[in-house]
Write a protein that binds this ligand. Structure first.
Ligand SMILES: [Zn+2]
Length: 567
């Protein structure tokens, strides 16, 4: 997902002021966007905010007993989308293995969509709806170890909702339908029935989308075929060969033009509107260097059989697996801004670099609960800096990373409560990446660092993990106890502060960490740049000699994300 705050560039701000003189705000919104402004209140039962979680959030966020009793194997989402009636209908075939004997499972579908029927073979199943959850009851016990398949038929008009629209029936400037999905956060069950959580993924998936003959659907996975249904509709069939997050599953339907390329034997497929085709051909060329950079650090592109796709959409962009969506105005930076404000962001297209980075962190390695989403966003933001390092060197990467400092708020911890459909604060991006850069300085050996990064990704690829897995891996590989360091940055509000007390008479400095974690220890470089000295600071005062005065004595705060308090 993109961090908030990229929109409203200086240029559009100027346009905003100019247009304000001529039209009302509603007109302005219509003029800026080819599609209606998303409604933010379509699902009032959903909070995702602060305070007590709602029943909806608990049912959605918890890995309850009727989710934990089964393991997803396969979905076949087979739907028809009518752009005129703004109507969707069809079924999801859900194949799963029971992990224990039981008579009930939990699926999810927003309560504004109809359940037409749920079948086990030809037997209709009873079900109960509870906010967004659908509890499906079986007439006989399902047995542990056996595989079952049900057909979940549904229909209705999905409501546009959430930050990127959720499910949007829109139009391009020429008036052609432009229909797209982007539902991370709000959840995939706003438009199709599934087991809507992060811990369990299907191992593969088929996506079949029937749409009017003159339109193109681009979904996830490998394009298999299109079939003229003889009634003015054509069905597009896509096959996902890998595990996939529910929220990554997408349709992108429009008057798309297609062009393609290859990186070695990896197929690259690009989709843009005809009027933007030339701009897309120029801008999307950045995809190759991006994939090369990430392959250099982490290994092969994770979804090779599905290929890599980049698809134009009207919102900023989203990491839809193997079908990354793009709405960054065919310009470098983030929505025409220098995103980290230090002159480096304008060298590349933020959306291509960031959203595609999620193929490694977010799509291949996935957090098992949205509480630990820094595993997606902190890491992918760090990947941006790796791209800069690969292309322009370490110094520019450090400059780019440290540009993120001004966006860090330190108002609440990055990791939020589990099991309640939580949404971590934006610090998960900026503080998350500055923390990972701090880890590199702690390891203090780039050859080991590159191997650690590569091996970490390879160890956990295609898995759903929690922060504890990350910490255990780094502890084991480095032989250090990094748990208090991870905890301080991820589970507390404040970053470590290095307290320094100078004694000019005796030419000494005393130092210690001021932190929340009792056993916190972290080396840090101090003294003078170009001749840094590493001190092993703890939470206890230690004293060392120094010839430097209080003003001369520096701390390498571009290598370690820490505060410094001098007395
Ligand atoms: Zn992201």
């Amino acid at each position: 997902m993109t961090p908030r705050g990229g929109s409203r560039s200086l240029r559009s701000g100027t346009v905003f002021l100019l247009l304000m003189a001529f039209m009302g705000f509603a007109d302005l919104a219509a003029a800026q966007s080819p599609t209606p402004t998303p409604s933010l209140s379509a699902t009032p039962q959903r909070s995702r905010g602060h305070g007590e979680p709602t029943r909806f959030d608990i049912l959605r966020g918890a890995y309850g007993p009727y989710r934990a009793n089964n393991d997803l194997l396969f979905y076949h989402l087979d739907i028809r989308i009518d752009p005129e009636k703004k109507f969707i209908s069809g079924k999801n075939t859900i194949r799963f293995k029971m992990l224990k004997d039981d008579t009930r499972i939990q699926l999810d579908l927003i309560d504004t969509l109809n359940i037409d029927k749920i079948l086990l073979g030809t037997v209709p199943l009873k079900y109960e709806r509870d906010t967004g959850a659908v509890f499906v009851n079986f007439p006989e016990t399902l047995h542990a170890g056996r595989v079952y398949s049900i057909d979940f038929y549904y229909s209705g008009s999905p409501v546009q909702t959430g930050r990127f629209g959720g499910f949007t029936f829109g139009h391009d400037k020429e008036g052609h339908p432009w229909i797209y999905t982007a539902c991370e956060g709000i959840g995939a069950s706003i438009w199709w029935p599934n087991k809507d959580q992060w811990r369990d993924e299907v191992e593969s998936m088929q996506i079949s989308v029937a749409i009017p003959n003159d339109l193109v659907d681009v979904s996830n996975g490998k394009f298999m075929s299109k079939t003229d249904l003889g009634d003015g509709y054509t069905r597009w069939d896509w096959l996902v060969h890998y595990p996939i997050n529910n929220y990554d599953v997408s349709v992108n339907i429009g008057n798309y033009q297609h062009f393609s390329d290859k990186l070695g034997d990896l197929p690259l497929d690009f989709y843009a509107l005809p009027e933007d085709l030339d701009k897309a051909k120029k801008q999307f060329a950045q995809a190759k260097g991006m994939i090369e950079a990430y392959q250099h650090y982490f290994g092969e592109y994770p979804f090779k059989k599905d290929g890599y796709k980049l698809i134009q959409v009207p919102y900023s962009g989203m990491e839809h697996q193997s079908a990354v969506t793009y709405g960054n105005k065919f310009a470098n930076g983030y929505l025409e801004r220098d995103w980290t404000g230090v002159g480096i962001s304008p060298r590349f297209d933020f959306i291509i670099i960031h959203e595609s980075g999620h193929e490694w962190f977010g799509n291949s390695i996935t957090a098992a609960d949205s509480s630990d989403m820094w595993i997606h966003e902190g890491w992918t933001t760090y990947l941006e800096s790796l791209y800069v390092e690969y292309m322009y060197g370490h110094e520019d990467a450090l400059k780019y990373l440290n540009g993120y400092k001004s966006k860090v708020k330190n108002q609440e911890p990055i990791i939020t409560a589990r099991g309640v459909n939580g949404e971590p604060p934006q610090d998960q991006y900026f503080k998350g990446t500055l923390f990972i850069n701090t880890l590199r300085s702690i390891v203090n050996d780039d050859r080991r660092w590159w191997k650690l990064l590569h091996d970490f990704y390879q160890h956990f690829k295609y898995q759903n993990i929690m922060t504890e897995d990350v910490v255990a891996y780094f502890n084991q590989q480095t032989g250090m106890n990094l748990t208090p360091v991870f905890n301080q940055y991820l589970r507390h509000t404040a970053i470590p502060a290095l307290e320094l007390k100078f004694d000019s008479d005796h030419k000494t400095v005393s130092y210690r960490w001021k932190v929340d974690e009792a056993d916190f220890k972290m080396p840090v470089r101090v003294g003078k740049k170009d001749s840094w000295q590493i001190i092993q600071a703890t939470t206890d005062w230690q004293t060392m000699p120094t010839s430097l005065s209080k003003d001369e004595f520096e701390v390498a705060t571009d290598l370690y994300f820490v505060d410094v308090v001098k007395e």
